[in-house]
Design a protein around this ligand. Structure first.
Ligand code: DAH
Length: 337
């Protein structure tokens, strides 16, 4: 038996394994249950005690030799050094690195956030699935306000909606009770509207909120004016039109003057040269009370800015649907080089 084992050890040593197939046949031949090692072990069991002691070490070194051989072959195969496996060719050119790109909405959103951040506003966010209190009631929408109708709002059930505006985050920030507040809240909002090139059932807003002592409409105007100059250019003109929102008093809408230099300007500004970009106003004291803020001490302003429309203006995009269709040919144009 001893010489037989020694011969097998030699056979194992000389067995050349260059491929997965050869490794498999090595295993079948030597280490499987019915292979040589299995047969030897069966024979070993039948030996008497003394013989077992004598043969044990030969059998162990055979086992070791077989295991080493398998391990060695496996590691060569993993490294791709087996004979018939594709070798790693160091001279081949690298596969091209495919760069992703940012959606224009994300680019503009970041730009706007950065400007307000510079003005001392910190970013806050709220949930897209919102309860009635945060989306409507706390903001003074009365029971019969049209925004609460099914045709304007996506209801999830009788208590929850997809938020219709980021103003809901204002309420959440005020409820935290940490004053003063200077925050901007970017995010996606949903409205039950027919989808066309000009409107979508979801779009993006940035909400701004400032609550402090002695805040005036002049603070609001100056903040927004600084933003407009940075975003649209130093010389941009703005105008305010009186408006109505349930949660601000007084309320206004702000337009920026883009002029009518080409067809796009004409179309985007409906022939007026002015583009409406946001709603704003002084936070209605009732909203502060709803959020348990002391109205003798604090007041503030708020504004809400639509991101999709200014992204479209900035990049000359004519169809709002392109912003969410994820067409690679469209998105590729926004890859930074
Ligand atoms: N939430 C309004 C909308 O969805 C926008 C808005 C208007 C936000 C006035 C404000 C504001 O904070 O003061 O159209």
């Amino acid at each position: 038996m001893q010489t037989r084992i020694e011969t097998i050890i030699n056979e194992v040593k000389n067995f050349s394994i260059k491929s997965r197939e050869e490794l498999d046949s090595f295993k079948i031949h030597f280490s499987s249950r019915k292979g040589i090692l299995g047969v030897i072990l069966d024979e070993f069991k039948l030996l008497d005690k003394e013989e077992k002691i004598k043969m044990g070490r030969y059998i162990n070194s055979l086992k070791e030799e077989v295991e080493n051989k398998i391990e060695e072959a496996q590691s060569l195969i993993v490294q791709g050094k087996e004979g018939n496996l594709r070798r790693f060719d160091k001279s081949k050119p690298q596969y091209p690195i495919l760069m992703g790109s940012r959606n224009p909405v994300s680019i503009v959103l970041k730009e706007v956030v950065d400007i307000f951040y510079y003005l001392g506003f910190v970013v806050s966010q709220g949930p897209e699935i919102e309860d009635d209190w945060h989306n409507f009631s706390a903001l003074n929408f009365d029971e019969n306000h049209p925004a609460r109708e099914m045709q304007d709002t996506f209801f999830i059930d009788k208590d929850f909606t997809l938020r219709t505006h980021t103003s809901s985050v204002q309420v959440r920030e005020m409820e935290k009770g940490k004053l003063p507040i200077r925050t901007i809240s970017p995010g996606r909002v949903y409205r039950n509207e027919a989808i066309s090139s000009r409107s979508h059932c979801f779009f993006h807003q940035i909400e701004g909120l400032c609550i402090d002592e002695d805040i005036s409409f002049a603070d609001l105007k100056q903040t927004l004016f600084t933003f407009v100059k940075r975003f649209f250019g130093e010389k941009t003109k703005v105008r305010y039109r009186p408006s109505y929102f349930p949660f601000t008093e007084p309320s206004a809408e702000m337009d920026v003057f883009l002029g009518i230099e080409n067809d796009d300007d004409y179309r985007i500004t409906k022939g007026t040269g002015w583009l409406e970009i946001l709603g704003c106003g002084m936070v209605d004291p009732q909203v502060l009370i709803n959020c348990k803020i002391d109205t003798d001490k604090y007041n503030g302003y708020a504004f809400g800015l639509g991101i999709d429309r200014i992204s479209m203006y900035k990049y000359g995009i004519t169809d709002i649907r392109e912003l969410s269709e994820n067409d690679v040919r469209f998105l590729k144009q926004f890859t930074k080089v």
